[in-house]
Write a protein that binds this ligand. Structure first.
Ligand code: KIV
Ligand code: NA
Length: 275
């Protein structure tokens, strides 16, 4: 299992870091089997597997429930669990209690928080308390209401400078990794070069220190619209629909189950049923 110092070393040696989300036991198991470096139990689970419109409704209980399942599926992979909406804003004490619950109840290796500004003090407190923190800047979906939609961040000089400053503040506060979401590739490159800690991009070009995508997007599984930055590497929608349609059809026609899928007994033993 890779540690924070392993990730730092990977950045320094130019080895790309592969992050992938997972939300349950089978996705975690498969992610571990293909040697994903770090699994993110993202609060995107609210949209991807719970069917909400945004990540805002996701609760601590949701994150812990899914985090536990992911840990059971990937015992030997580093796992980071998202702190959900409003779980790291109220007070430092609340943040520490929530961070501690996630670490202790799920067995995660780190937590992730969105934003800088007021969140910086919370990153500091978590890190000082021994909880490794991944920061997340650019498009921060928990603030979608304030950002006014899911769109590229840091496109003009002022916004770019703010993003660079925020990234440095996250590093200074103790974050060991930074996710950059929906940021022009040039800005993501500059931030990646300016920071000592590794950057993980999603919609941030190829020059970040690693990449992250959502499991169901990578496999096109249960999603029908993909963002510009998502490349589907398989089409599970087609496979799953094909398999399920055949199942329905064979049951309707009594073609399933054949003897190969059935248990049997001696016919004479059946006489005892009525005798
Ligand atoms: O929740 C999530 O999946 C994320 C990634 C997209 C970075 O935060
Ligand atoms: Na998230």
């Amino acid at each position: 299992m890779k540690s924070t110092s392993n990730f730092l070393k990977m950045k320094n040696e130019g080895e790309k870091i592969v992050m992938l989300t997972a939300y349950d036991y089978p996705s975690a198991k498969l992610a571990e089997q293909v040697d994903v470096d770090i699994i993110l139990v993202g609060d995107s689970l609210g949209m991807v597997v719970l069917g909400y419109d945004s990540t805002v409704p996701v609760t601590m209980e949701d994150m812990i429930h899914h985090g536990k399942a992911v840990r059971r599926g990937a015992k030997n992979t580093s796992i980071v669990v998202d702190m959900p909406f409003m779980s790291y804003h109220l007070s430092i004490k609340d943040t520490l209690l929530n961070g501690a619950r996630i670490m202790q109840e799920t067995g995660a290796n780190a937590v992730k928080v969105e934003g800088a500004d007021e969140v910086i003090e919370h990153i500091k407190a978590l890190t000082r308390a021994g909880i490794p923190v991944v920061a997340h800047l650019g498009l921060t979906p928990q603030s979608v209401g304030v950002l006014g939609g899911y769109k590229v961040q840091g496109k003009d000089a002022m916004a770019a400078r703010k993003l660079m400053e925020d990234a440095k503040k996250c590093e200074e506060a103790g974050a060991f990794m930074l996710v950059l979401e929906c940021v022009p590739k040039q800005l993501a490159r500059e931030i990646s070069q300016a920071l000592k800690i590794p950057t993980i991009g999603i919609g941030a070009g190829v020059e970040t220190d690693g990449q992250v995508l959502v499991y169901h997007d990578v496999l096109m599984y249960g999603v029908d619209r993909l963002a510009k930055f998502v490349k589907p590497f398989a089409n599970m929608n087609v496979e799953v629909q094909k398999g399920l349609a055949e199942y329905v059809s064979e049951v309707k026609k009594a073609q399933f189950p054949t003897d190969a899928y059935s248990f049997t007994m001696k016919e004479e033993e059946l006489l005892g049923l009525y005798g």
